[in-house]
Ligand binder design. Structure first.
Ligand SMILES: Cc1ncc(COP(=O)(O)O)c(C=O)c1O
Length: 423
């Protein structure tokens, strides 16, 4: 692969070259087998609850079109808005879809009816819109309690009245009770226990299914909640192979595998003498003679500019599957790396910024996020448009689907009979 690229570059003088220029070597691989395997981890942790795969923000930057093959074993897709729902329907999904923030405008209710979307109700105005809506078909709604995050949802005092209003509407067919935990990833689970207790008090004696858990809650207490508060779980970040409570637990601790690899190549190698500096601002000075590789990846590709570069404090990277570190500042299109641990590296060598190397070595996105002072969520979502995507792992996914227990992959996928089947 590497050699053929270099070979192709060498042929630039041939007549056909201008019609087929080689793309810049950076790309993001979407591992559909990893998505399916991580979804299976969520299902096992959910203790029998049904599983929404959360695919907002274009499947956390993985692109819904690429992620769909790996996630279609879910019982439903939870996402942000009608535009994302349209894309999932266009991919052939006929099962449940949930709008996590509900309708942004009364006109969204038409789309909900047409596309059979379940939607969250977190604010009185959304009940007014439903009451005024001339709907062809009754709606399924997730009524949201504010259990302490103070972002979306009815207060515990207002929750019952909101339920009674919804229950009285002919426009509403089913009310599912939900909340979203503010700190399920925290070391101390006391605040989550308090939020769940609040949810249980606010929903006591109200009929209907319940939904509480995101990834962190599903992994950490999904089974415990299954009996009382969990008919549906809503895992997002874990299905993409990032640990929701890193650094408390790593992705490996939870049995999660990276679903995205951001990979590129070395486009230059520099021999840098002791005392010379590297990159903008000369923030890194070589303490010894060094071989430095220049990777075709920068902040304009979505790599965090704030990721530190230094021998002791550098951000991890895999060159030809060998772990090394970034040196100096991240620039718009390039990053420099120490080739000390990889003496054979040369122009064209593989550089994995996160994910899986060709030799099987793994670099969890959480490590890069931690170095940059952020979370895996942000890095995934920040993948730039100019980084092209490629699905891999279809064969492994096919083999996995054949060997998985019946429950996994048995969600109402394309073609499955479902009460939500759009006309
Ligand atoms: C209401 C709701 N449920 C579930 C999720 C998924 O969370 P996570 O990605 O942490 O699993 C989100 C994401 O922010 C959310 O807003």
């Amino acid at each position: 692969m590497r050699d053929s690229r270099v070979g192709a570059r060498r042929q630039c003088g041939s007549p056909g070259w201008q019609n087929s220029p080689m793309p810049r070597p950076i790309e993001a691989l979407i591992h559909v087998d990893a998505l399916a395997a991580n979804l299976a981890v969520a299902r096992r942790a959910a203790g029998g609850a049904r599983v929404w795969a959360v695919v907002k923000a274009d499947a956390y930057g993985h692109d819904i079109g690429h992620a769909y093959a790996g996630l279609k074993g879910a019982d439903g897709f939870a996402l942000l808005d009608v535009a994302e729902a349209v894309r999932i329907r266009a991919l052939g999904w006929r099962g449940p879809i949930l709008l996590l923030e509900g309708c942004f405008d009364p006109r969204d209710l038409d789309a909900c009816a047409r596309l059979h979307l379940w939607h969250t109700v977190h604010h009185a105005a959304q009940i007014d819109w439903l009451a005024a809506h001339k709907t062809e078909r009754p709606h399924r709604v997730f009524l949201k309690l504010n259990s302490g995050m103070n972002r979306l949802g009815f207060s515990p005092q207002a929750f019952r009245a909101a339920w009674l209003r919804l229950d009285a509407l002919v426009q509403v067919e089913q009310i599912i009770l939900m909340t979203h935990l503010a700190s399920a990833e925290a070391r101390d689970l006391d605040s989550s226990d308090a939020a769940v207790a609040l949810f249980e008090r606010a929903t006591a004696e109200l009929p209907g299914e319940r939904s509480v858990c995101n990834s962190a809650a599903t992994l950490r207490f999904g089974t415990r909640l299954a009996a009382s508060a969990s008919d549906w779980v809503r895992p997002g970040i874990m299905v993409y192979g990032s640990s929701p409570d890193h650094p408390l637990h790593s992705a490996f601790d939870w049995g999660l595998v990276p679903a995205m690899t951001l990979k590129s190549e070395l486009i230059a190698v520099q021999d840098v003498p002791q005392g010379a500096s590297i990159g903008y601002g000369a923030t890194f000075t070589a303490e010894r003679d060094m071989r430095i590789g220049v990777v075709a990846c920068g902040y304009a590709d979505g790599y965090p500019r704030v990721a530190p570069g230094g021998i002791d404090r550098g951000t991890p990277v895999l060159v030809d599957g060998v772990r090394t570190r970034t040196v100096g500042r991240v620039s718009m299109d390039m990053i420099s790396v120490d080739l000390g641990p990889v003496p054979d590296a040369r122009v064209g060598s593989e550089a994995v910024l996160w994910g899986r190397a060709a030799n099987g070595a793994l670099l969890p996105i959480d490590e890069i996020a931690a170095a940059a002072g952020t979370v895996g969520y942000e890095l995934m979502c920040a993948r730039a448009q100019r980084v092209r995507l490629r699905s891999v792992g279809m064969e492994a996914l096919d083999a996995m689907t054949r060997t998985l227990p019946a429950q996994v992959g048995s969600g109402p996928g394309p073609g499955a009979a479902s009460a939500d089947e759009p006309a």
